[in-house]
Design a binder for this molecule. Structure first.
Ligand SMILES: Cc1cc2nc3c(=O)[nH]c(=O)nc-3n(C[C@H](O)[C@H](O)[C@H](O)COP(=O)(O)OP(=O)(O)OC[C@H]3O[C@@H](n4cnc5c(N)ncnc54)[C@H](O)[C@@H]3O)c2cc1C
Length: 388
């Protein structure tokens, strides 16, 4: 079916950022049309690790993150469906003096925002988590952190958007956007045409071109961390375990498989079609995992994958109004942490679009922070491709 109609808001991108923004707008009574190039929630929103981690965040991100956790906790009420959310808690551990310093700093920051994060050391730590390697001396635990199944997370949000009156089109790639008097006219490769006074750019790692079209080029690049999953194993690793130095994030799902996320990330292929996982990164990941959790030394990896995610140099997304074009709003560049914050991104952006007072939790996320800085420094590229 070809859409030739008018909307109040048109959203480009059916990942979590776009779907949640659409849902919260439609619940305010606005007519929303969402175009997704492929299938709803099949890119970064589906391929990610599924971590809803509430500590170890930058101070700027806590307000958004805390609100997001509350929304994930009400996911079933919001969407009428489930996505295997489990409040596992999240355990950061440190292997180096520098890592220990980071942990102490992160715990203090979390506590400043009222988030429970508790330091555990020595015997107390090992009595509670006997699977950790004996040389790990310090960890921090946040009980409210959770996990969800990313593959199940976005379609229910899009279905809730439809029930709220929104139009959702899959296999509808926006190929042309024109600013006209009083708004925008969009065209898809498949022949849809849609006009609206408000446009939301939520095209994930592919959002940069539209921002650039409106004079807001950003220094975004696409990459993804290597992921793998092991055969199902009989024991239960609870909670999510995360090395603060960054090399290991691991969790076990109810049916026994261990899911792993590691670093360094790998740059996506040109055009952002795919991020490969070099085989040695899987081997290195297994070695790091065995050093942290020795009982996993002989686990068999059965599948590897990554995803295409947009990263900005300060590792924070762009969320908010365009600084050049009235009616244009951006929500992209999750920078490796967008899954957890997505519901609050959608809610806050919807409030901003609807003109409901100030939205203080979006302070510092504006696209104007990159004005005149369209190039990514070589240093960041080197960090991402280390070992590649
Ligand atoms: C491997 C990996 C692991 C991660 N792990 C975590 C984690 O554990 N916790 C966490 O918080 N975050 C994590 N992240 C980050 C998180 O997944 C992302 O920040 C978040 O999903 C971004 O959502 P999005 O909606 O912006 O992007 P996406 O989910 O990528 O959605 C953007 C959508 O826009 C569509 N699109 C693009 N161009 C067009 C167009 N022209 N027309 C129509 N549609 C278009 C795309 O097809 C896509 O579906 C991870 C990311 C990756 C890649």
């Amino acid at each position: 079916m070809i859409a030739r109609h008018e909307s109040d808001v048109v959203v480009i991108g059916g990942g979590l950022f776009g779907a949640f923004t659409g849902l919260f707008l439609a619940r305010r009574g606005l007519r929303v049309t969402l175009f997704e190039r492929g299938l709803i929630g099949a890119e970064a929103s589906a391929t990610n690790f599924g971590n809803l981690r509430l500590h170890g965040r930058s101070a700027r991100q806590y307000p958004l993150s805390i609100r997001a956790q509350a929304l994930w906790e009400s996911y079933e009420a919001l969407t009428g469906e489930t996505c295997e959310i489990e409040r596992t808690g999240h355990l950061y551990f440190a292997r180096s003096d520098e890592g220990a310093q980071t942990l102490r700093h992160d715990v203090a920051t979390a506590q400043r925002f009222g988030v429970t994060s508790t330091l555990l050391e020595g015997d107390q730590l090992h009595a509670r988590y006997p699977f950790l390697a004996a040389d790990i001396a310090l960890a921090a635990f946040s009980p409210r952190s959770a996990v969800a199944n990313p593959r199940l997370s976005t379609p229910p949000v899009a279905r809730a958007l439809q029930r709220a009156g929104g139009q959702v089109y899959e296999q509808a790639e926006v190929t042309a956007v024109e600013a006209v008097s009083g708004g925008f006219v969009l065209q898809t490769r498949q022949g849809h045409r849609c006009a609206a006074p408000v446009l939301v750019n939520a095209a994930g790692a592919w959002s940069g071109a539209l921002a650039a079209q409106f004079g807001e080029a950003v220094p975004m690049f696409s990459a993804g961390p290597p992921q793998f999953v092991t055969e199902p194993l009989p024991y239960r690793l609870h909670p999510s375990v995360h090395m603060v130095e960054g090399d290991v994030i691991v969790r076990q799902i109810a049916r026994g498989n261990i899911i792993f996320s590691g670093y360094p990330r790998t740059h996506s292929q040109p055009g952002g079609a795919v991020t490969h996982v070099p085989p040695f990164k899987t081997l290195r990941g297994m070695q790091m995992l065995a050093r942290a959790i020795p009982m996993l030394a002989r686990a068999e990896v059965i599948r590897v994958w990554s995803g295409v995610e947009g990263y900005l140099p300060d590792m924070l997304p762009v969320i908010g109004a365009s600084s050049t074009t009235p009616g244009l709003f951006h929500a992209f560049g999750g920078s490796g942490g967008g899954f957890q914050i997505a519901p609050a991104v959608g809610e806050a952006l919807a409030a901003l679009i609807a003109g409901e007072a100030e939205v203080p939790m979006l302070a510092g996320y504006g696209i104007d922070r990159f004005a005149g800085a369209a190039e990514v420094s070589g240093k960041i590229h080197r960090e991402f491709d280390a070992l590649a």
